[in-house]
Write a protein that binds this ligand. Sequence first.
Ligand code: 13P
Ligand code: SF4
Length: 323
Amino acid sequence: MSVSFALSQERDLSVDEIKDLQREVRKLAEEKNAVILAHYYQRPEVQDVADFIGDSLELSRRAAETDADIIVFCGVRFMCETAKILNPTRKVLHPNPESGCPMADMVTAEQVRMLRQKHPDAVFVAYINTTADVKAEVDVCVTSANAPKIIKKLDAKKIVFLPDQALGGWIARQVPEKEFILWKGFCPPHFEFTAGEVMRLKERYPDAKVAVHPECHPKVIELADFVGSTSQIVRYATTVDAKRVIVITEVGLKYTLQKKNPEKEYIFPESMNYCGTVYCCTMKGITLPKVYETLRREINEVVLPEDIMERARRPIERMLQLS
Ligand code: 13P
Ligand code: SF4
């Protein structure tokens, strides 16, 4: 079947249409020497066309190392920007330029500059979930996979951490020798999960282990047997000695978990969000037809000013060296 339906008018695709479109995407990727990178929160049909699926740290590394001519980045905007900054001679395409990370937009470069004046003695650490403009203003970046390790190594007593107050608080508890000033940003989907809901799940499944992403509220983190990035959760949940694992993060991760180890049961909370389960709307804004159109027409290229790329590269590269 040829892919002739109007892809700009998105609608539910049949199983056969999805398969055809996936074949077309893979064919285009081979023809154009493109690599498709996807985050775990992507839709299953998008994950299935990716060359690599990973957490923010692994995706940054892949983007930096690839010799493909085109990187199609199925994730949110800051991830595409990081790929462009680390590998500026490649064409980086973002299948949905509207897909930003709401938390990354909770702090601006101007706000960081003002904070610098207030805390000239502090080292400024940015979560990778920040805009390129903000990265250009800080000393080092971290992801949830490497944050405590990197911050312990920094030669400074005072740390300004932005924008995620939950991740920042979790790091601060592990690095008590340093003083932390936390920006009050948060991840809207991860803040939907409540401690009450996790307690109810623990009561219902007393034999289950609990894995939590550090973007969750501190009261939720307190209930965890394991806290880590999405990839770290995948490793833990698929190998831990327990038949059931309660997983407190965006529901997209379930697809990978079930594929990697179908023997276990993965329980995700059903917090009342718009559709009865917690999901990141902007991650889900990347659809298979958008991936296809973006690669076919080579549209939605990520373009950043040279000077911002230059300045934002330093904290990201410092992170890669320190981790
Ligand atoms: P990870 O680096 O753990 O994949 O997290 C990225 C993210 O945006 C989680 O909300
Ligand atoms: Fe941003 Fe949260 Fe979505 Fe991750 S899950 S991209 S932090 S809004």
